[in-house]
Design a protein around this ligand. Structure first.
Ligand SMILES: NC(=O)c1ccc[n+]([C@@H]2O[C@H](COP(=O)([O-])OP(=O)(O)OC[C@H]3O[C@@H](n4cnc5c(N)ncnc54)[C@H](O)[C@@H]3O)[C@@H](O)[C@H]2O)c1
Length: 350
Protein backbone atom coordinates (compact mmCIF):
# COMPACT_ATOMS: atom_id res chain seq x y z
CA UNK A 1 0.00 0.00 0.00
CA UNK A 2 1.64 3.34 -1.04
CA UNK A 3 1.57 5.33 2.15
CA UNK A 4 2.68 8.83 2.85
CA UNK A 5 5.56 8.78 5.27
CA UNK A 6 4.58 9.91 8.76
CA UNK A 7 4.65 13.69 9.15
CA UNK A 8 6.78 15.36 11.80
CA UNK A 9 3.73 15.72 14.05
CA UNK A 10 3.08 11.98 13.83
CA UNK A 11 6.22 11.00 15.64
CA UNK A 12 6.49 10.44 19.37
CA UNK A 13 9.77 9.37 20.99
CA UNK A 14 9.44 5.80 22.25
CA UNK A 15 11.87 4.41 24.82
CA UNK A 16 11.92 0.62 24.67
CA UNK A 17 13.18 -1.69 27.39
CA UNK A 18 16.42 -2.04 25.38
CA UNK A 19 16.86 1.73 25.25
CA UNK A 20 16.03 2.10 28.96
CA UNK A 21 18.64 -0.53 29.82
CA UNK A 22 21.17 1.35 27.69
CA UNK A 23 20.29 4.60 29.46
CA UNK A 24 20.77 3.00 32.89
CA UNK A 25 24.02 1.28 31.91
CA UNK A 26 25.46 4.42 30.30
CA UNK A 27 24.46 6.54 33.31
CA UNK A 28 25.53 3.99 35.93
CA UNK A 29 22.66 2.73 38.07
CA UNK A 30 23.63 4.62 41.24
CA UNK A 31 24.13 7.86 39.33
CA UNK A 32 20.74 7.45 37.68
CA UNK A 33 19.08 6.72 41.03
CA UNK A 34 20.62 9.87 42.48
CA UNK A 35 19.54 11.95 39.46
CA UNK A 36 16.00 10.55 39.66
CA UNK A 37 15.93 11.33 43.38
CA UNK A 38 16.85 14.94 42.58
CA UNK A 39 13.99 15.20 40.03
CA UNK A 40 11.56 13.65 42.55
CA UNK A 41 12.65 16.07 45.26
CA UNK A 42 12.24 19.02 42.88
CA UNK A 43 8.67 17.98 42.12
CA UNK A 44 7.82 17.22 45.77
CA UNK A 45 8.94 20.77 46.58
CA UNK A 46 6.30 22.12 44.16
CA UNK A 47 3.65 19.56 45.19
CA UNK A 48 0.87 22.14 45.31
CA UNK A 49 1.20 22.87 41.58
CA UNK A 50 0.06 19.36 40.65
CA UNK A 51 -3.40 17.94 39.97
CA UNK A 52 -3.75 15.04 42.35
CA UNK A 53 -6.11 12.11 42.52
CA UNK A 54 -5.90 8.64 44.05
CA UNK A 55 -4.94 6.28 41.24
CA UNK A 56 -7.72 4.56 39.35
CA UNK A 57 -7.55 0.89 40.23
CA UNK A 58 -9.28 -2.03 38.55
CA UNK A 59 -9.15 -4.96 40.95
CA UNK A 60 -9.66 -8.63 40.15
CA UNK A 61 -9.08 -11.82 42.08
CA UNK A 62 -5.75 -12.11 40.21
CA UNK A 63 -4.35 -8.64 40.83
CA UNK A 64 -4.81 -4.99 39.98
CA UNK A 65 -4.41 -2.73 36.92
CA UNK A 66 -3.99 0.94 37.71
CA UNK A 67 -3.84 4.27 35.91
CA UNK A 68 -1.85 7.03 37.59
CA UNK A 69 -2.41 10.50 36.13
CA UNK A 70 -1.13 13.93 37.15
CA UNK A 71 -0.35 17.31 35.62
CA UNK A 72 1.50 20.46 36.65
CA UNK A 73 -0.54 22.54 34.20
CA UNK A 74 2.21 22.50 31.56
CA UNK A 75 2.93 18.80 31.26
CA UNK A 76 0.61 15.86 31.83
CA UNK A 77 1.67 12.31 32.67
CA UNK A 78 0.12 8.96 33.29
CA UNK A 79 1.40 5.49 34.03
CA UNK A 80 -0.29 2.16 33.37
CA UNK A 81 0.86 -0.33 36.00
CA UNK A 82 -0.24 -3.75 37.16
CA UNK A 83 0.33 -5.71 40.36
CA UNK A 84 -0.09 -9.49 40.09
CA UNK A 85 1.80 -11.41 42.81
CA UNK A 86 0.92 -14.74 41.14
CA UNK A 87 2.65 -13.73 37.88
CA UNK A 88 6.05 -14.89 39.01
CA UNK A 89 4.87 -18.50 38.86
CA UNK A 90 4.24 -18.17 35.10
CA UNK A 91 7.54 -16.41 34.41
CA UNK A 92 6.01 -12.93 34.38
CA UNK A 93 6.80 -9.82 36.40
CA UNK A 94 4.59 -8.98 39.39
CA UNK A 95 4.71 -5.33 38.32
CA UNK A 96 4.96 -4.06 34.73
CA UNK A 97 4.38 -0.53 33.52
CA UNK A 98 4.55 1.93 30.68
CA UNK A 99 3.87 5.65 30.67
CA UNK A 100 3.24 8.79 28.70
CA UNK A 101 4.30 12.41 29.09
CA UNK A 102 2.18 14.93 27.16
CA UNK A 103 2.03 18.62 26.37
CA UNK A 104 -0.95 20.21 28.13
CA UNK A 105 -1.15 23.00 25.55
CA UNK A 106 -1.77 20.69 22.55
CA UNK A 107 -2.58 17.41 24.28
CA UNK A 108 0.09 15.79 22.10
CA UNK A 109 2.24 13.09 23.72
CA UNK A 110 5.90 14.03 24.17
CA UNK A 111 7.15 10.60 25.21
CA UNK A 112 6.02 6.99 25.42
CA UNK A 113 8.26 4.76 27.48
CA UNK A 114 8.64 1.42 29.16
CA UNK A 115 8.26 1.93 32.90
CA UNK A 116 8.87 -1.50 34.43
CA UNK A 117 12.55 -0.73 34.99
CA UNK A 118 11.75 2.93 35.49
CA UNK A 119 9.21 2.11 38.24
CA UNK A 120 11.78 0.03 40.13
CA UNK A 121 14.25 2.92 39.83
CA UNK A 122 11.78 5.63 40.83
CA UNK A 123 10.38 3.59 43.72
CA UNK A 124 13.87 3.03 45.08
CA UNK A 125 14.80 6.69 44.54
CA UNK A 126 11.61 7.83 46.34
CA UNK A 127 12.28 5.43 49.24
CA UNK A 128 15.79 6.81 49.58
CA UNK A 129 14.58 10.43 49.46
CA UNK A 130 12.14 9.65 52.28
CA UNK A 131 14.86 7.91 54.29
CA UNK A 132 17.21 10.88 53.77
CA UNK A 133 14.74 12.93 55.82
CA UNK A 134 13.46 10.24 58.20
CA UNK A 135 16.09 7.56 58.89
CA UNK A 136 18.37 7.87 61.91
CA UNK A 137 21.50 9.92 61.21
CA UNK A 138 24.43 7.81 60.01
CA UNK A 139 22.31 4.75 59.18
CA UNK A 140 24.59 2.11 57.68
CA UNK A 141 22.64 -1.16 57.80
CA UNK A 142 19.41 -1.91 55.94
CA UNK A 143 17.34 -5.08 56.06
CA UNK A 144 15.47 -5.90 52.85
CA UNK A 145 12.65 -8.39 53.29
CA UNK A 146 11.35 -9.59 49.93
CA UNK A 147 14.20 -10.08 47.47
CA UNK A 148 12.28 -9.93 44.19
CA UNK A 149 12.41 -7.45 41.33
CA UNK A 150 12.57 -4.29 43.49
CA UNK A 151 15.23 -5.52 45.93
CA UNK A 152 18.57 -4.61 44.33
CA UNK A 153 17.25 -1.21 43.21
CA UNK A 154 16.30 -0.47 46.81
CA UNK A 155 19.70 -1.56 48.10
CA UNK A 156 21.60 0.55 45.57
CA UNK A 157 19.44 3.65 46.06
CA UNK A 158 20.04 3.53 49.81
CA UNK A 159 23.77 3.12 49.18
CA UNK A 160 23.91 6.01 46.70
CA UNK A 161 21.62 8.44 48.52
CA UNK A 162 21.68 7.50 52.22
CA UNK A 163 25.13 5.99 52.75
CA UNK A 164 23.93 2.46 53.56
CA UNK A 165 26.91 0.09 53.35
CA UNK A 166 25.39 -3.24 54.49
CA UNK A 167 22.20 -4.99 53.39
CA UNK A 168 20.71 -7.96 55.22
CA UNK A 169 18.45 -9.94 52.90
CA UNK A 170 15.57 -12.29 53.59
CA UNK A 171 12.92 -13.87 51.37
CA UNK A 172 10.67 -16.87 51.98
CA UNK A 173 12.15 -18.21 48.76
CA UNK A 174 15.90 -18.62 49.29
CA UNK A 175 16.44 -18.58 45.52
CA UNK A 176 15.33 -14.93 45.47
CA UNK A 177 17.89 -14.09 48.16
CA UNK A 178 20.62 -16.02 46.29
CA UNK A 179 19.77 -14.07 43.12
CA UNK A 180 20.05 -10.72 44.93
CA UNK A 181 23.32 -11.74 46.64
CA UNK A 182 24.77 -12.66 43.24
CA UNK A 183 23.55 -9.44 41.60
CA UNK A 184 25.03 -7.26 44.34
CA UNK A 185 28.54 -8.75 44.10
CA UNK A 186 30.90 -5.92 43.23
CA UNK A 187 28.37 -3.25 44.23
CA UNK A 188 30.46 -2.16 47.21
CA UNK A 189 27.72 -3.24 49.61
CA UNK A 190 28.33 -5.86 52.28
CA UNK A 191 25.54 -8.35 51.64
CA UNK A 192 24.33 -10.70 54.38
CA UNK A 193 21.83 -13.40 53.38
CA UNK A 194 19.55 -14.33 56.28
CA UNK A 195 17.30 -17.29 57.00
CA UNK A 196 14.51 -15.41 58.77
CA UNK A 197 13.04 -11.92 58.88
CA UNK A 198 14.01 -11.78 62.58
CA UNK A 199 17.64 -12.41 61.65
CA UNK A 200 17.52 -9.88 58.81
CA UNK A 201 16.40 -6.99 61.02
CA UNK A 202 19.16 -7.55 63.62
CA UNK A 203 21.20 -4.37 63.89
CA UNK A 204 19.42 -2.66 60.97
CA UNK A 205 18.62 1.04 61.27
CA UNK A 206 16.44 0.86 58.13
CA UNK A 207 14.02 -1.96 57.33
CA UNK A 208 12.59 -2.19 53.83
CA UNK A 209 9.68 -4.54 53.22
CA UNK A 210 9.04 -5.27 49.54
CA UNK A 211 7.17 -8.54 49.50
CA UNK A 212 4.34 -9.39 47.14
CA UNK A 213 1.35 -11.25 48.47
CA UNK A 214 -2.31 -10.56 47.86
CA UNK A 215 -3.34 -10.55 51.50
CA UNK A 216 -2.95 -8.91 54.90
CA UNK A 217 0.49 -10.34 55.64
CA UNK A 218 2.59 -9.87 58.76
CA UNK A 219 6.10 -9.50 57.43
CA UNK A 220 7.06 -7.55 60.54
CA UNK A 221 5.50 -8.09 63.95
CA UNK A 222 5.73 -5.54 66.73
CA UNK A 223 8.52 -7.28 68.67
CA UNK A 224 10.81 -7.17 65.59
CA UNK A 225 10.91 -3.37 65.44
CA UNK A 226 13.17 -1.72 67.99
CA UNK A 227 13.32 1.97 68.85
CA UNK A 228 14.95 4.42 66.46
CA UNK A 229 14.33 2.36 63.34
CA UNK A 230 13.11 3.69 59.99
CA UNK A 231 10.62 1.46 58.18
CA UNK A 232 10.33 1.71 54.42
CA UNK A 233 7.21 -0.32 53.65
CA UNK A 234 6.63 -0.54 49.93
CA UNK A 235 4.86 -3.88 49.41
CA UNK A 236 1.56 -2.97 51.09
CA UNK A 237 0.02 -1.00 48.25
CA UNK A 238 -3.50 -2.29 47.62
CA UNK A 239 -6.72 -2.70 49.58
CA UNK A 240 -6.35 -5.97 51.51
CA UNK A 241 -2.54 -6.11 50.91
CA UNK A 242 -0.37 -5.01 53.84
CA UNK A 243 2.92 -6.07 55.41
CA UNK A 244 3.12 -4.64 58.93
CA UNK A 245 1.31 -5.66 62.10
CA UNK A 246 -1.09 -2.90 63.16
CA UNK A 247 0.67 -2.51 66.55
CA UNK A 248 3.78 -1.23 64.72
CA UNK A 249 1.72 1.48 63.09
CA UNK A 250 0.33 2.57 66.45
CA UNK A 251 3.80 3.38 67.78
CA UNK A 252 5.25 4.83 64.56
CA UNK A 253 5.37 8.35 63.20
CA UNK A 254 3.79 7.79 59.80
CA UNK A 255 4.77 9.59 56.59
CA UNK A 256 2.89 9.16 53.32
CA UNK A 257 2.84 10.40 49.75
CA UNK A 258 -0.80 11.41 49.17
CA UNK A 259 -3.15 10.63 52.09
CA UNK A 260 -6.36 10.06 50.05
CA UNK A 261 -4.58 7.29 48.10
CA UNK A 262 -2.56 5.86 51.00
CA UNK A 263 -5.61 5.58 53.25
CA UNK A 264 -7.11 3.23 50.63
CA UNK A 265 -3.96 1.30 49.71
CA UNK A 266 -1.24 1.66 52.33
CA UNK A 267 -0.47 0.12 55.70
CA UNK A 268 -2.72 2.79 57.22
CA UNK A 269 -5.80 1.13 55.74
CA UNK A 270 -5.56 -0.82 59.04
CA UNK A 271 -6.10 2.40 61.04
CA UNK A 272 -8.97 4.79 61.59
CA UNK A 273 -9.41 7.28 58.71
CA UNK A 274 -8.49 10.21 60.96
CA UNK A 275 -5.25 8.67 62.28
CA UNK A 276 -2.60 11.41 61.95
CA UNK A 277 -0.07 11.12 59.14
CA UNK A 278 2.46 13.57 57.71
CA UNK A 279 2.86 14.21 54.00
CA UNK A 280 6.43 13.62 52.83
CA UNK A 281 6.44 16.70 50.59
CA UNK A 282 5.90 18.87 53.66
CA UNK A 283 8.92 17.36 55.36
CA UNK A 284 11.00 18.04 52.25
CA UNK A 285 9.89 21.69 52.07
CA UNK A 286 10.43 22.13 55.82
CA UNK A 287 6.72 22.77 56.51
CA UNK A 288 6.55 19.64 58.70
CA UNK A 289 9.01 17.87 60.97
CA UNK A 290 10.58 14.59 59.87
CA UNK A 291 12.40 12.52 62.48
CA UNK A 292 12.09 14.48 65.71
CA UNK A 293 13.85 12.08 68.06
CA UNK A 294 16.52 9.37 67.64
CA UNK A 295 14.30 6.87 69.50
CA UNK A 296 11.29 7.39 67.27
CA UNK A 297 10.10 4.68 64.88
CA UNK A 298 9.47 6.40 61.55
CA UNK A 299 7.42 4.70 58.84
CA UNK A 300 7.34 5.67 55.18
CA UNK A 301 4.08 4.00 54.15
CA UNK A 302 4.87 4.00 50.43
CA UNK A 303 2.30 3.04 47.83
CA UNK A 304 3.75 4.89 44.83
CA UNK A 305 2.21 8.14 43.66
CA UNK A 306 1.73 9.65 40.18
CA UNK A 307 4.03 12.62 40.82
CA UNK A 308 6.99 10.22 41.24
CA UNK A 309 6.23 8.83 37.78
CA UNK A 310 5.84 12.35 36.41
CA UNK A 311 9.35 13.11 37.73
CA UNK A 312 10.75 9.91 36.23
CA UNK A 313 9.14 10.62 32.85
CA UNK A 314 10.41 14.21 32.95
CA UNK A 315 13.90 12.88 33.68
CA UNK A 316 13.83 10.40 30.77
CA UNK A 317 12.44 13.06 28.42
CA UNK A 318 15.32 15.39 29.34
CA UNK A 319 17.93 12.63 29.14
CA UNK A 320 17.08 11.27 25.69
CA UNK A 321 17.27 14.64 23.94
CA UNK A 322 20.07 14.55 21.36
CA UNK A 323 20.70 10.83 21.88
CA UNK A 324 19.83 7.70 19.93
CA UNK A 325 18.15 6.19 22.99
CA UNK A 326 14.66 6.22 21.50
CA UNK A 327 12.70 5.30 18.39
CA UNK A 328 10.44 7.85 16.70
CA UNK A 329 7.07 6.09 16.81
CA UNK A 330 4.39 6.80 14.21
CA UNK A 331 1.72 7.26 16.88
CA UNK A 332 -0.39 10.25 15.85
CA UNK A 333 -2.36 10.71 12.65
CA UNK A 334 -1.08 13.82 10.88
CA UNK A 335 -3.12 14.60 7.73
CA UNK A 336 -1.88 17.41 5.47
CA UNK A 337 -5.04 19.32 6.37
CA UNK A 338 -6.05 18.70 10.00
CA UNK A 339 -9.75 18.22 9.20
CA UNK A 340 -9.05 15.80 6.36
CA UNK A 341 -8.51 12.70 8.48
CA UNK A 342 -10.75 10.63 6.22
CA UNK A 343 -9.01 11.95 3.11
CA UNK A 344 -5.73 10.71 4.50
CA UNK A 345 -7.27 7.24 4.73
CA UNK A 346 -8.69 7.46 1.18
CA UNK A 347 -5.32 8.46 -0.23
CA UNK A 348 -3.70 5.53 1.59
CA UNK A 349 -6.23 3.12 0.06
CA UNK A 350 -5.80 4.54 -3.47
N1 LIG B 1 5.29 1.42 46.79
C1 LIG B 1 5.63 1.43 45.52
O1 LIG B 1 5.82 2.47 44.93
C2 LIG B 1 5.84 0.12 44.82
C3 LIG B 1 6.45 0.10 43.56
C4 LIG B 1 6.72 -1.14 42.97
C5 LIG B 1 6.33 -2.31 43.60
N2 LIG B 1 5.70 -2.24 44.81
C6 LIG B 1 5.30 -3.46 45.51
O2 LIG B 1 6.49 -4.03 46.04
C7 LIG B 1 6.30 -5.43 46.18
C8 LIG B 1 7.47 -6.18 45.60
O3 LIG B 1 7.48 -6.01 44.20
P1 LIG B 1 8.44 -6.88 43.29
O4 LIG B 1 8.31 -6.36 41.90
O5 LIG B 1 9.79 -6.94 43.92
O6 LIG B 1 7.72 -8.32 43.43
P2 LIG B 1 8.36 -9.76 43.19
O7 LIG B 1 7.21 -10.68 43.01
O8 LIG B 1 9.41 -9.70 42.14
O9 LIG B 1 9.10 -10.10 44.56
C9 LIG B 1 8.41 -10.26 45.77
C10 LIG B 1 9.21 -11.19 46.66
O10 LIG B 1 8.56 -11.24 47.94
C11 LIG B 1 8.77 -12.56 48.44
N3 LIG B 1 7.84 -12.79 49.53
C12 LIG B 1 6.49 -13.00 49.46
N4 LIG B 1 5.98 -13.20 50.70
C13 LIG B 1 7.02 -13.09 51.56
C14 LIG B 1 7.15 -13.18 52.98
N5 LIG B 1 6.10 -13.44 53.74
N6 LIG B 1 8.37 -13.01 53.54
C15 LIG B 1 9.46 -12.74 52.76
N7 LIG B 1 9.41 -12.65 51.42
C16 LIG B 1 8.21 -12.83 50.82
C17 LIG B 1 8.59 -13.45 47.23
O11 LIG B 1 9.16 -14.73 47.41
C18 LIG B 1 9.30 -12.62 46.14
O12 LIG B 1 10.65 -13.00 46.00
C19 LIG B 1 4.97 -5.76 45.50
O13 LIG B 1 3.98 -5.93 46.50
C20 LIG B 1 4.68 -4.54 44.66
O14 LIG B 1 3.30 -4.33 44.47
C21 LIG B 1 5.46 -1.05 45.43
Amino acid sequence: MPLNPPGPLSLVPFVSVQHMMQLVVESGVERMLADLAAYIEQDFRRWEQFDKTPRIASHSSAGVIELMPTSDGVTYAFKYVNGHPKNMRSGRQTVTAFGVLADVDTGYPLLLTEMTLLTALRTAATSAVAAKYLAPANSRVMAVIGNGAQCEFQALAFKAICGIDTVRLYDIDSRATAKAVQNLIGSGLTVVPCTSAEQAVEGAQVITTCTADKQYATILSDNMVGTGVHLNAIGGDCPGKTELHRDILLRSEIFVEYPPQTRIEGEIQQLAPEHPVTELWQVITGAATGRADPRQVTLFDSVGFAIEDFSALRYVHDRIKGTALYTPLDLLADPDEPRDLYGMLLRAAA
